[in-house]
Design a protein around this ligand. Structure first.
Ligand code: NAD
Ligand code: UGA
Length: 434
């Protein structure tokens, strides 16, 4: 089929590449010309393993084209995905300005299109948005009838950054939230070659499934982190505890890795948006409040445990290894390294930092620290090290020869404790040696 995709971020680009791989013709649309130039050259505008290989293949064979023109791209295709950003506003609510602007442009094109066209919301949007905002915007700007001239659906995206290409081609489930059978048939046909389970719901249920999924995953992490602080105090290792807990098939071992907390473009934003909706509905959210509070605590907890271990950090040179919110990405949105570094600077430490992929992005939000390309140089020149992203590069440092270090504090179980025998090394969720 011919598919246009509005917004070429992590979701839009990987969805486009996956659909091209399934044999469809794709037009990727964005408002930023440099992003499209990069895509046209076979390079994703962000670091994501496995994307460039398939992108080059499909730019090369003509299945993927790019455009700055939403209306022309809609005219030229049968299905349009909306995958623009839905960031948090200052008060935690979802900012709908980009999805509404994209919908308005799509509607204007549909005004002069004769054939049936399906519009799919792929961005994460709060329950009620597709039916209550996107549909009226499309109808007003196109003057067409839903279910007759146009189909509208909400298909949430569940990919993880760092594994985006794999997840797009092998989703656990495809949720299709739509009201009419014609739209469902077209979309289930489009996704059929993936061979995944398909769940048909209303658009509002599809929206809620996405928020409930992300909030539950964030809850598992914050739960593990709360248990982790108790484990430290009672003298056991939270990883051993969660191994035993996760062996229960009703619980599963996934997302019970305790550490410095969750970052990224979605968990913090989506949990906040869900709490905001509940507040508007005059509902209390004690679990979600606790999930966010636990996440706020962890970076400060790591710093305070380091102080207990090595004394005041004021005036010490501190190396932070890892700035991306997780490995295999250059994304720094809501990375836990930011509150950690802010806390270190507040305490009067001198901070230098490294990340294999995310230093340029981090430099844009923080200028008053030193950045070093070589993690070994950071370790050699520091008094204390914080490991914040579990990049494999940090395991190959020769830790055995770094006796000058006062301490190494690991927020992500990055290194093997066997490598750290000569050092004062502490990893979150374990008792702190006195
Ligand atoms: P992103 O910020 O990486 O990309 C959004 C893109 O949309 C940008 O390139 C921007 O220039 C473009 N854009 C904005 N307005 C536009 C317009 N009017 N026309 C054309 N392009 C426009 O965002 P993302 O991380 O891909 O996330 C997109 C949505 O998907 C969000 O709602 C997010 O919550 C959701 N989501 C993201 C992930 C993820 O891992 N990043 C996973 C699942 C769901
Ligand atoms: C997450 C979800 O896993 C995806 O299903 C979802 O589509 C996406 O959000 C989204 O809506 O954007 P992502 O943020 O890319 O994906 O990465 P995750 O692997 O989920 O990690 C998120 C954060 O949680 C990272 O900072 C990671 O270090 C942390 N985490 C993860 C833990 O602290 N412990 C764990 O056990 C797992």
């Amino acid at each position: 089929m011919k598919v246009s995709i509005i917004g070429t971020g992590y979701v839009g680009l990987t969805t486009g590449v996956a659909l091209a791989e399934l044999g469809n013709d794709i037009i990727l649309v964005d408002v930023i010309p440099e992003k499209l130039r990069s895509i046209q050259g076979g390079q994703a505008p962000f670091y994501e393993p496995g994307v460039n290989e398939l992108l080059s293949k499909h730019v090369g064979n003509g299945r993927i084209r790019t455009s700055l023109d939403t209306q022309a791209s809609v005219m030229d295709t049968e299905i349009t995905f909306i995958s623009v950003g839905t960031p948090s506003r200052e008060d935690g609510s979802m900012n709908d300005e980009y999805i509404l602007s994209a919908s308005n442009d799509i509607g204007k094109a549909l005004a002069s299109k004769d054939s049936f066209h399906v519009v799919v919301m792929k961005s994460t949007v709060v329950p009620g948005t597709t039916t209550g905002k996107i549909k009226p915007t499309l109808v007003a700007s196109s003057n067409k009838q839903v279910g007759i001239d146009i189909g509208i659906a909400m298909c949430p995206e569940f990919l993880r950054e760092g594994a985006a290409m794999h997840d797009s081609l092998n989703p656990d489930r495809v949720v299709i939230g739509c009201e009419d059978d014609g739209t469902f048939d077209i979309l289930s046909g489009l996704f059929e070659p993936l061979g995944s389970k398909v769940l048909r719901t209303s658009p509002t249920s599809a929206e809620m499934i996405k928020y409930a999924s992300n909030s539950l995953l964030a809850t598992k992490i914050s739960y593990a982190n709360e248990i982790s602080r108790i484990c430290e105090a009672v003298g056991v290792d939270v990883y051993e505890i969660m191994e035993g807990v996760g062996m229960d098939f009703r619980i599963s071992p996934q997302f019970l890795r305790a550490g410095v907390g969750f970052g990224g473009s979605c968990f913090p934003k989506d949990v906040s948006a869900l709490m905001h909706i509940a507040k508007d509905l005059d509902l209390k959210t004690p679990i979600l409040d606790g999930v966010m509070e636990n996440n706020r605590i962890q970076p400060r907890h790591l710093v305070s445990m380091a102080e207990r271990s090595v004394g005041p950090l004021e005036g010490l040179r501190i190396g932070v290894l890892g700035l991306a919110f997780k490995p295999d990405t250059d994304d720094i949105r809501e990375t836990r390294s930011l509150p950690l570094i802010q806390e270190l600077l507040r305490k009067g430490a001198l901070v230098c930092a490294n990340d294999p992929k995310a230093m340029d992005n981090f430099r844009e939000i923080m200028q008053d620290i030193d950045y070093m390309e070589d993690p070994n140089a950071i370790v050699d020149g520091s008094d204390v090290i914080f490991l914040m992203t579990e990049w494999p590069e940090y395991r190959s440092i020769d830790w055995g020869s770094k006796e000058h270090l006062k301490g190494v504090f690991d927020g992500r179980r990055t290194v093997d404790p066997g490598q750290m025998k000569n050092l004062k090394y502490w990893s979150m969720g374990k008792p702190l040696a006195q």
